[in-house]
Design a protein around this ligand. Structure first.
Ligand SMILES: [Cu+2]
Length: 150
């Protein structure tokens, strides 16, 4: 009688632990070093295994800075100088389609932390909270690195 009760409880715990991982997860986070008064960019991979589209609405960080914004780097053509230039466009939010991986990476999407109170050195670590419309808040550890390799 006692044994029969325990097995269903274990199954329920196991299933709920799995389902939370199979919705949306964030991996491979890193951020560039930055100087006091300067900026840094945070990169990561969003893996949305849920059957519905989500949206990254906002990011907050464990360090003091003037602003945290979602940015998209794009090439645009400057007709006056006839040169291609890199431009960063602020995004109100970033759509995360169902069953997709969205990469925040150099040259593309990133989280821009503007006006750092204190410098960020390699091998430091910060925390960030990603606010998703459906998945809610996901907290990540973000190591400071030159290239995301370490
Ligand atoms: Cu930016």
């Amino acid at each position: 009688m006692f044994k029969k009760l325990i097995i269903p409880i274990i199954v329920v715990v196991f299933v709920s632990a799995c389902s939370s991982q199979e919705t949306l997860s964030v991996e491979n986070a890193w951020a560039r070093p930055g100087i006091s008064g300067g900026n840094t960019a945070i990169y990561f991979q969003v893996n949305n295994e849920a059957g519905e589209q989500d949206s990254l609405e906002k990011v907050s960080v464990s360090i003091n800075a003037k602003a945290v914004e979602l940015h998209m780097t794009m090439m645009s053509h400057d007709s006056e100088t006839d040169q291609d230039i890199m431009k960063m466009m602020k995004q109100e939010n970033v759509e995360i389609p169902a069953n997709s991986i969205v990469n925040f990476e150099p040259g593309g999407l990133h989280v821009m932390v503007i006006g750092l109170d204190n410098g960020l050195m390699e091998n430091n670590q910060i925390r960030a909270v990603l606010h998703f419309a459906i998945a809610g808040e996901i907290e990540i550890l973000v190591p400071i690195s030159m290239d995301g390799e370490n």
